[in-house]
Design a protein around this ligand. Structure first.
Ligand SMILES: [Zn+2]
Length: 64
């Protein structure tokens, strides 16, 4: 619940904001259904280039 702003001392609100209030969440990861590697959710898999069951990126074959 919110507290009326005039009731909260400046130091109190500043102390609260200083710890864990605006901390960045750890990066969420999901696994690719195609190759099973970790990838960002709602992004094309960087390993195999699949998203939503179809190939979007084509891997550049090196050394050929
Ligand atoms: Zn993949």
């Amino acid at each position: 619940m919110g507290v009326p702003k005039h009731k909260v001392a400046k130091t109190k609100s500043r102390m609260r904001k200083s710890n864990s209030y605006y901390k960045v969440k750890p990066l969420a990861m999901s696994t690719c259904p195609n190759c099973g590697s970790l990838k960002l959710p709602h992004r094309v898999c960087p390993e195999c280039g699949y998203y939503k069951g179809r190939q979007i990126l084509t891997r550049v074959v090196q050394g050929e």
